[in-house]
Design a binder for this molecule. Structure first.
Ligand SMILES: [Zn+2]
Length: 306
């Protein structure tokens, strides 16, 4: 994604990983063969890998800079995390911090970390391993966690066993409990967290909005600044197939029916507002615009080559 710039704001993407990841039937189990066949030609090769048929997904953060603050939105999977059963995410070693440095940013430069929800691919870099302990990666940041989300996941932490090999996918409560303990609790214990509610203003014209369904406290970040209306849309949509077919929820949605209702409502509002949409998992160039199309929506990537 090329840098998105307006008068007093710029947005960059920091990629942790990007490539073919899930079979369609694993990520989007209710998508029909007819729906896939109808959209596949348009989405191949950027969003569907022609060789394997796997859906192409990215795991990335957005860095939002204003004159007052530097925000990091969604913290990917992280390095060294125990994630057995999660493929390359298990004890991952990615040059994420080097990529952040390429944008001229050290961890100490981040003022606010905002996690749209507390899934393993959105909280990982909240912490890093130092002398066998998980410590906050961004020592000067305030970490914003949605209150509803935090209350839900912190309950799992008490009962979840340690990460272990087992059936895939592992019981969701176990994964979330482990993930809370290594990537959220150390931040709370360090006194760097703040629990926030729907409508919380992160900076002038940047507000957190609840968009529940994928998780109970799932949120997005709406940006209304001079010259830029955008939304960092988190996991409201994982893949462009769900833009065309908004009723299809991911296998990772805690409440698939509510997630579908939220998706339809959000996509309609963002299309009407002509917002630039920046999803958490769309591959490069990631950002794009929506318009209504038959009973769903069409997504046009902001393509630098176009
Ligand atoms: Zn995600």
């Amino acid at each position: 994604m090329q840098r998105i710039e307006a008068a007093t704001i710029c947005i960059d993407r920091v990629v942790e990983s990007e490539g073919p990841l899930y079979p369609t039937e694993v990520l989007l189990p209710t998508l029909s063969a007819e729906q896939l066949a109808a959209e596949a030609p348009r989405l191949t090769p950027r969003c569907i890998d022609p060789a394997s048929g796997l859906l192409v997904l990215s795991v990335h953060s957005f860095v939002v800079r204003t004159p007052r603050r530097t925000l990091l939105v969604d913290a990917c999977v992280g390095n060294d995390k125990e994630r057995p059963g999660f493929g390359d995410w298990h004890r991952q070693q990615s040059p994420y911090l080097e990529r952040l440095a390429a944008l001229g940013l050290r961890p100490a430069d981040i003022d606010v970390v905002c996690c749209t929800h507390l899934h393993p691919d959105h909280v990982g870099w909240n912490t890093r391993l130092a002398d066998g302990r998980w410590v906050p990666t961004f020592p000067n940041a305030t970490y914003l966690f949605g209150r509803v989300e935090w209350e839900q996941w912190s309950r799992y932490a008490a009962s979840a066993p340690e990460a272990r090999e087992g059936p895939y996918p592992p019981p969701v409560a176990d994964v979330l409990g482990v993930c809370y303990r290594d990537s959220v609790a150390p931040v709370v214990e360090a006194g760097l967290s703040e629990l926030v509610d729907d409508g919380y203003t992160v900076d002038d014209g940047i507000a957190l909005r609840l968009a529940p369904g994928h998780t109970p406290g799932n949120a997005v970040l709406e940006i209304d600044r001079p010259g830029l209306r955008a939304v960092l849309s988190g996991d409201v949509v994982h893949h462009p197939l769900q833009v065309r077919f908004p009723d299809v929820s991911s296998a990772f949605c805690v409440d698939p029916a509510r997630s579908a209702r939220t998706r339809r409502t959000c996509l309609a509002a963002w299309a009407a507002d002509e917002r630039l949409v920046l999803p958490a998992h769309f591959p490069a160039p990631t950002a794009g615009r929506l318009r209504p199309d038959t009973d769903g929506f069409a997504f046009s990537f902001l393509d630098p080559d176009a």
